[in-house]
Design a protein around this ligand. Structure first.
Ligand code: SAM
Length: 380
């Protein structure tokens, strides 16, 4: 039977109407505990290295890895590198001295890269619920401290569930500058709870910068119930439109897509099972702005910014998201939201801000009213 027929019979199991199907989306599974147990089994016992995955997600390379990032990766222990199960690059700019949290840190590859980007004055906390991966991460803490030449370690690994971040005592409300996560949110059983927990932990002006897998449609319940597909990220991936709605409900009013890649499924049986569903890996950045300071649409107040340079690795041009890139010295018109996000973020000192909110001129880009940048329009 071909993939298309498999999926259509699968869809009839989950219920045909939009409303029924929506009740069974991967954002909130009723059986959260069994979802988590299956994920622990998959990452703790089944997968031994990135080669065991059935998709190419771990092979997706950032378009151009900066020399700084390449060097930082060269200082990560090979065992930790071999147990990397991420799907993108979660290393935003301007990290020196920052307090960072990595959710679903696994064996710690990204924690150890970030530990170098924040320097000895910053710190990186990794959270994961799977004992085996935390063990690998912790076993290599001293090795990395010595390798980085730090007098004291700037990493910490904590066991916990992402759906219940507020129950992890060592994570204080409003205490993180940046929270990252690499291919994890799709595995969680209650995405709304995860996003609300993240919003609570961020400082105002801080951001959640994360890579994850998305689908071009809602995943039918029978595919969600397949524990291997869920473990691979194919069962729990959100339809991107639903996910954006969840981010806004959690308080992240102006989500920004940074980059996106098409995922290919290497295993023919798995490809047949998911049929026509298309998957993408995308990096989003979600800023926690002051309450009421952002609007639900991009509006034009005639404001502009000038990038002064100074972000490490971005001497001539700073890329903020898929739509906003700033050449040093050039006056660039921006929406009210982009102006506010930059002004209240850690990047503010590198910009000159022109204008205010006194005169409203309509939608920011009247040529494309309502057009949404999606992982599918940006993917290469
Ligand atoms: C795809 S792996 C990614 C690991 C790591 N970010 C990396 O890039 O190698 C997913 C990780 O998230 C963890 N995880 C999944 N769901 C979780 C949850 N609900 N709470 C805590 N950790 C979770 C798993 O234990 C696993 O280590």
């Amino acid at each position: 039977m071909d993939g298309a027929r498999l999926i259509s019979s699968c869809q009839s199991v989950s219920g045909g109407s939009h409303k029924q199907a929506f009740g069974g989306t991967p954002e909130r599974r009723e059986d959260g505990e069994s979802v988590r147990e299956a994920v622990k089994e998959y990452y703790g016992k089944v997968l031994k290295s990135s080669d065991d995955l059935k998709t190419n997600v771990c092979l997706l390379k950032p378009k151009k890895m900066s020399p700084r990032l390449r060097e930082a990766h060269s200082h990560v222990h090979p065992v930790v590198l071999s147990k990397y199960f991420g799907c993108g690059s979660v290393f935003p700019d301007e990290m020196e001295g920052k307090r960072v949290l990595d959710l679903g840190c696994g064996a710690g590859k990204d924690v150890y890269v970030l530990a170098q980007l924040v320097g000895e004055g910053g710190c990186v906390v990794g959270v994961d619920m799977t004992e085996e991966v935390l063990e690998t991460a912790r076993e290599h803490e001293e090795w990395h401290k010595a390798r980085f030449g730090y007098a004291k370690k700037n990493t910490e690994f904590v066991k916990g569930q992402l759906e219940a971040l507020d129950s992890i005592e060592s994570l204080a409300e409003g205490s993180f500058d940046v929270i990252v996560s690499n291919c994890v949110v799709n595995l969680t059983a209650d995405k709304g709870a995860v996003l609300k927990g993240i919003f609570r932990l961020l400082k105002e002006g801080g951001e959640f910068y994360f890579s994850d897998m998305y689908a071009d449609r809602r995943i039918p319940m029978c595919l969600q119930k397949d524990t291997m597909l869920w473990g691979e990220g194919l069962g729990g991936a959100s339809y991107w439109g639903d996910f954006l709605r969840f981010t806004r409900q959690a308080g992240f009013v102006s989500p920004r897509l940074v980059s996106s890649d098409r995922i290919s499924i290497r295993n023919p049986e798995v490809a047949a099972r998911v049929g026509h569903i298309q998957y993408f890996s995308a990096v989003y950045r979600l800023f926690k702005a002051a309450p009421g300071s952002l609007e639900s649409s991009e509006e034009d107040y005639g404001q502009a910014v000038v990038y002064k340079g100074g972000v490490e690795g971005a001497a001539e041009e700073f890329s903020f998201d898929a739509q906003n890139s700033f050449v040093k010295g050039r006056v660039v018109l921006v929406s009210g939201n982009t102006w506010t996000l930059l002004r209240t973020s850690r990047f503010a000192r590198h910009f000159k801000f022109i204008g205010d909110f006194s005169t409203h001129l309509g939608l920011f880009d009247p040529k494309k009213p309502g057009e949404t940048v999606t992982p599918f329009t940006v993917a290469v």
